[in-house]
Ligand binder design. Structure first.
Ligand code: AP5
Length: 209
């Protein structure tokens, strides 16, 4: 079973959704740079205060901060990891190459129009982190998590103008990683327009090969 895994894809492609399923299937550690940063922001740490000004505009947090933040967590994940949202630039990918080898990189592809449609309808549980979509996966009560009863909220960077900028930043800074990993023979592209189950079936079979 492949256990050193990277998830690439534009905002809203379904990285977080698939990450939860992959972790359930493999037992590897889920390392989401977005989740780690949001936690730093919520706790008001120095890193959180610095990161916040980039995140609220949909810009990338500087490479040096991200690499320092994630390096130790990857090194500690001796039984495997799933990187969700890292790397996001070529310098981050080069730093990752110095930290560890990888087994596979999934690239979940999604169009700008679909990204916008999905993210404006996304709701996240403040308590357990469950991800919902008012269009595709609506909770019974649009304000309460069906799993833990926590409050469902809209992420502050899920407004239309910030989503548009995040997509542009992705195209400019992160999309070059697709050929970076293709050249290394690690890349598997997935059609993010498919339903969550169909995407996960392809991931499962690639991980088991
Ligand atoms: P981050 O939290 O990583 O955000 P993102 O990459 O923009 O991705 P999202 O979390 O928005 O989307 P997702 O792909 O996980 O989609 P989801 O599964 O929720 O980063 C946030 C910010 O932090 C960045 O903008 C940056 O500032 C900073 N940052 C983070 N990492 C950084 C780094 N390495 N370097 C520098 N800065 C960094 O799904 C979306 C919606 O679609 C949900 O509602 C879901 O229910 C639905 N859905 C999912 N799959 C499907 C499907 N197959 N069919 C229909 N609906 C689906």
């Amino acid at each position: 079973m492949k256990r050193r895994i990277v998830l690439l894809g534009p905002p809203g492609a379904g990285k977080g959704t698939q990450a939860k399923r992959i972790v359930g299937f493999t037992g590897v550690v889920h390392l989401s740079t977005g989740d780690i940063l949001r936690d730093e922001v919520a706790r008001g740490t120095d890193l959180g205060r610095e990161a916040k000004q980039f995140m609220e505009k949909g810009e990338l947090v500087p490479d040096r901060l991200i690499i320092d933040m994630i390096r130790g967590r990857i090194e500690a994940a001796s039984d495997g990891f799933l990187l969700d949202g890292f790397p996001r630039t070529v310098p981050q990918a080069e730093a990752l190459d110095e930290i560890t080898l990888l087994d596979i990189v999934f690239d979940i592809e999604l169009s700008r129009a679909e990204v916008l449609r999905r993210l404006t309808a996304r709701r996240v549980c403040q308590q357990c982190g469950a991800i919902y979509n008012l269009n595709f996966d609506p909770p019974e009560d649009p304000t309460r998590c069906g799993t833990c009863g926590g409050t469902l909220v809209q992420r502050s960077d899920d407004c239309a103008d910030v989503i548009e900028n995040r997509y542009d930043v992705y195209q400019q800074s992160t999309a070059p990683l697709i050929s970076y990993y293709d050249v290394h023979g690690l890349l598997l592209s997935l059609d993010g327009e498919l339903g969550s189950d169909a995407v996960f079936e392809r991931i499962q079979s690639a991980l088991s090969e």
